[in-house]
Design a protein around this ligand. Structure first.
Ligand code: C5P
Length: 236
């Protein structure tokens, strides 16, 4: 791994990717953290790590590893020859805390920070390229989104209390990209109950644009999701 303070050639580059992989993934029902669930014969984390490392968009990578799994995470990066990985930190108690801990490794000179969930393995380079466009047009951040296909209901237990108007609603995915300076200010604020990074930037008054997401970027939560990701991977 490169020294985060100095980078490989004296500069680590402008665009940093943070991979948050510290979740326990209880709903998968396996004996290890979700990032180390098997997908296509290697750990789930390998897929996004490999793809971000190979992307021309990304200059350097920080991984937030599950507590106690730092060593296997570093070994995985070495096995993949993921030479852009400059640091592996121990993740925090929430996703937002894991993001903050990884962000602490990003040097002041960084211009763009991209945050990605290890739980979304099937990352295409085209999504990364789409995200950078709004950042060059004056936006503080960009998120990939998909239309919401189902009718949305608000419920109280088993009782429907409201049918939510779907107009103007989209589902947000990762990776999400931000101007580094804005993102730092947003993460320095109140982190509790943030389920994604864009919400922190929105809360701090930042302007976030949407770009087309990718249905293959599904988030692996249940064994069924893992089977679907496996099938999509095999078909690609
Ligand atoms: O739990 P969930 O799948 O929604 O988490 C989204 C992403 O955030 C996952 O990649 C997970 O590893 C990561 N995460 C984390 N630290 C936590 C909780 C989740 O890095 N404490």
């Amino acid at each position: 791994m490169r020294d985060p303070a100095h980078g490989g050639s004296g500069e680590a580059g402008a665009t940093w990717a943070l991979i948050v992989a510290a979740g326990s993934g209880e709903r998968l029902g396996i004996d290890r953290p979700k990032a180390f669930a098997a997908l296509g014969g290697r750990p789930l984390l390998a897929e996004s790590l490999d793809r971000l490392d190979r992307s021309e968009v990304v200059d350097a990578i920080v991984v937030a590893a599950p507590p106690g799994w730092e060593e296997p995470t570093i070994l995985l990066a070495e096995e993949l020859v993921a030479s852009k990985v400059v640091a592996c930190v121990t993740g925090g108690a929430s996703r937002a805390e894991s993001v903050a801990l990884a962000l602490a490794e990003v040097p002041d000179e960084a211009l763009v920070v991209i945050v990605h969930d290890a739980a979304r393995p099937l990352l295409e380079d085209a999504v990364l390229e789409r995200l950078l466009v709004p950042l060059g047009e004056g936006f503080d951040g960009a998120v990939p989104v998909l239309p919401v296909a189902d009718t949305l209901k608000r419920v109280d237990g088993v009782v429907v209390t409201e049918t939510v108007d779907r107009e103007g609603l989209v589902a947000a995915q990762t990776p999400q990209a931000f101007l580094a300076s804005t993102f730092r200010r947003a993460v320095a604020g109140h982190l509790a109950d943030a389920t994604d990074c864009a919400s922190l930037v929105e809360r701090a008054g930042g302007r976030v644009a949407v770009v087309d997401g990718d249905a293959r970027l599904l988030k692996v939560t249940t064994p069924g999701d893992l089977a679907l990701a496996e099938a999509l991977l095999a078909a690609s």
